[in-house]
Design a protein around this ligand. Structure first.
Ligand code: PMP
Length: 356
């Protein structure tokens, strides 16, 4: 009899972050200014054919919008049901059973489960060690190297020279380097337009953050045409809905500059919130993203997050952050939300002083 599930699935669980309803949700780095107006307009214009008929096989309108906006060939673009799906498809195409994936930890929490779902072995290197020597990510000849830039949950940006060195060492026949640029809009720096120049680089993007389309589940990636084709094959047809394709295409083109405005406000509020945390003795890590990570109030981030949630504000707890230990990640949004967060934080700090 064949075992079910396959033995390496036993360690996998459903993803269960704390998603209970809360007044101010600063826990998932989505766009707190809302959604791209051009995308919303497309959804509002929906007619029966948008739903009754199948969408494009491979989301061509979105591929064309990405190609046009970033100046790459359409053949170099692939898409997915969220960038989680792009990562999943790329892992399957590049790795598969008993392949290895390496990354600098801590990083995006879905990488490990997605790799395990694909039967891959996971090989984390510590973030500070990997930053000292990018060659550590290549030790043991992995099939995939995952780099998140800016990194989730720390917000830090691996330097340009570091990335160049990693890519030079990978060369034309090394592992596939997946550069996850989910938050690159907020860093105002991207490798996406030059991804096709490297034979082993795939740059992944999401429409869930700066474009404000997390509910639509769309993502895309750019690589040389050969790599993009393999990921398309692994992804399969009909992964992105017709409305998702069109709405994300409108957001990517950003003809009215809405997204650019959100990025400007995020960067301004990120600086302001960083100063506020600093003034309270909780200086966050230096972030190029739409979130800040700062040390836990008590050393037990999960409990801190639960207490802040009781004050109607959700942040995301983390543990094992190098040089920090437990930390709390807070999404940057409109200043009224940041004020609500700071009020809850101040109340919690005061309550802790009473308790101790
Ligand atoms: N990469 C990173 C670094 C992320 O933080 C996220 C979402 N939290 C994703 C990818 C996945 O985004 P999507 O909603 O497009 O699946």
């Amino acid at each position: 009899m064949s075992p079910f599930p396959r033995p390496d699935y036993e360690a996998l669980t459903r993803y269960t972050p704390d998603r209970r309803p809360v007044g101010i949700d600063l826990s998932d780095n989505t766009n707190l200014w809302g959604t791209h107006p051009a995308a919303l307009e497309r959804i509002r214009s929906a007619g029966p054919n948008d739903l009754a008929r199948y969408p494009d096989l491979y989301a061509d309108r979105l591929r064309e919008a990405v190609a046009h906006h970033f100046g790459v060939a359409v053949d170099c673009v692939t898409t997915g049901c969220g960038s989680d799906d792009v990562l999943d498809s790329a892992f399957r195409a590049a790795g598969g059973d008993s392949a290895t994936i390496s990354f600098a930890a801590p990083t995006f929490s879905m990488v490990e489960p997605l790799a395990r779902m694909n039967g891959m072995e996971v090989r984390p290197t510590s973030w500070p060690d990997a930053l000292d020597d990018p060659g550590l990510l290549l030790a043991g000849a992995p099939s995939v190297v995952y780099v998140c830039r800016p990194n989730n949950p720390t917000g830090e940006q691996a330097p340009d020279e570091w990335l160049d060195e990693l890519l030079a060492r990978v060369g034309g026949d090394g592992p596939l380097v997946i550069l996850d640029e989910a938050y690159a809009d907020f860093a105002e720096e991207t490798r996406l337009p030059t991804a096709p120049d490297h034979p082993r680089l795939l740059v992944a993007r999401t429409a869930s953050k700066a474009y404000g389309l997390a509910g639509l589940r769309t993502g895309f990636a750019v690589a040389c045409a050969e790599v993009a084709l393999e990921v398309e094959k692994s992804r399969g047809p009909y992964k992105v809905t017709r409305l998702g394709t069109d709405a994300a295409a409108a957001a990517v083109l950003d003809e009215d500059g809405w997204m650019a405005g959100v990025v400007r406000s995020t960067i301004e509020n990120r600086r302001r919130l960083s100063r506020e945390l600093d003034a309270r003795g909780y200086a966050p890590l230096s972030s190029r993203s739409n979130f800040l990570l700062f040390r836990s109030l008590t050393g037990a981030a999960r409990e801190d997050a639960l207490r802040l949630r009781a004050r109607d504000v959700a942040v995301r707890p983390f543990s094992g952050i190098p040089g920090m230990g437990d930390g709390l990640r807070v999404t940057v949004g409109p200043w009224s939300m940041m004020e609500a967060f700071l009020t809850a934080l101040d109340e919690e700090i005061a309550a802790l002083e009473v308790r101790s």
